[in-house]
Write a protein that binds this ligand. Structure first.
Ligand code: FE2
Length: 287
């Protein structure tokens, strides 16, 4: 269906992947999607529970709802989904901000999400502006307990960091990669001491094709859901053509494949982390 079929590794096969924006699912109508080159049908019961079935053989997949998203696993789930404890804070705006099909691999999309250097050029006057283009040094580590990859102590000047912004600000960022194809960022809120949480959950449709799910857990008691979604979709709309122009579309894991610069430190760590996990789907493995 999508041309060349890549071998699907065990991490992808046994991991949880997003397959639908939960609120769009209705008992009135089954919905259809593709995960790892397999066509799936999602049906919703009157009680709001869901069934995810692989069309090819009618097999029901393990599925679960979390973060306003329906998740499924094509193989045997290798553990629980990563946790986002902030969703339990009662004053958070927790919402799925929409899905966008993108002709790129999931790891390329994660890598772009981790990259601050593109803010002034791609998200001009929103997440960055010239001449404030320098990416200051930051820390990268892998958490011993969870094996999540983190980039911490990141800072960047942003003209309009969030819907709640009234002025530019120096924004603190932390990035967290808890899943090969999912990435979260925690950034300074213009109005609260806690951080806004913004996540990208990539649904691997094929090795070079995703459905990007945008998830938000924000401190914003003012703006409508429509305004918040529009902001996020505007940002991602700016990323989409950049992502689709990436060459190669699969992420090369060989550390020598693409010239490293200091600002790419988290990207290099992400590639090493994928290699250590044994991820081969959506990447070009190191020789
Ligand atoms: Fe971006």
């Amino acid at each position: 269906m999508y041309g060349h079929v890549d071998e699907i590794d065990q991490v992808a096969m046994n991991g949880w992947h997003p397959v639908a924006q939960a609120e769009l699912l209705t008992p009135a109508q089954p919905s259809s999607t593709v995960l790892l080159e397999e066509r799936l049908t999602v049906t919703t019961n009157a009680d709001g529970s869901h069934r995810v079935v692989r069309d090819r053989d009618g097999r029901e997949l393990a599925s679960m709802s979390a973060y306003q998203t329906l998740w499924a696993c094509l193989g045997e789930p290798d553990g629980p989904l990563f946790e986002v404890p902030q969703v339990d804070e009662p004053d958070r705006r927790v919402l799925h901000a929409g899905t966008v099909g993108v002709h790129v691999s999931a790891p390329r999309a994660v890598e772009n999400f981790l990259d601050m250097a593109h803010f002034p050029y791609v998200h001009t006057d929103i997440l960055g502006v010239e001449p404030f283009t320098a990416v200051a040094d930051y820390d990268v580590h892998v958490d011993d307990a969870t094996n999540d990859l983190w980039a911490t102590d990141c800072v960047f000047w942003q003209p309009m960091a969030a819907t709640t912004s009234t002025t530019g600000q120096m924004t603190d960022y932390e990035y967290r990669v808890p899943h090969p194809y999912c990435v979260l960022l925690y950034k300074t809120s213009p109005i609260d001491e806690r951080k806004d949480v913004i996540a990208l959950f990539c649904q691997p449709v094929a090795a070079d094709r995703i459905i990007a799910h945008m998830f938000l857990c924000l401190l914003d008691g003012t703006n409508s859901t429509g305004v918040i979604r529009d902001f996020q979709q505007t940002i991602f709309g700016q990323d989409k053509p950049i992502l689709e122009n990436q060459y190669p579309k699969r992420l090369p894991l060989d550390p020598r494949a693409e010239t490293p610069i200091r600002a790419d430190r988290v990207a290099i760590s992400y590639r090493r982390w994928l290699t250590e996990l044994g991820v081969t789907y959506g990447v070009i493995p190191a020789a």
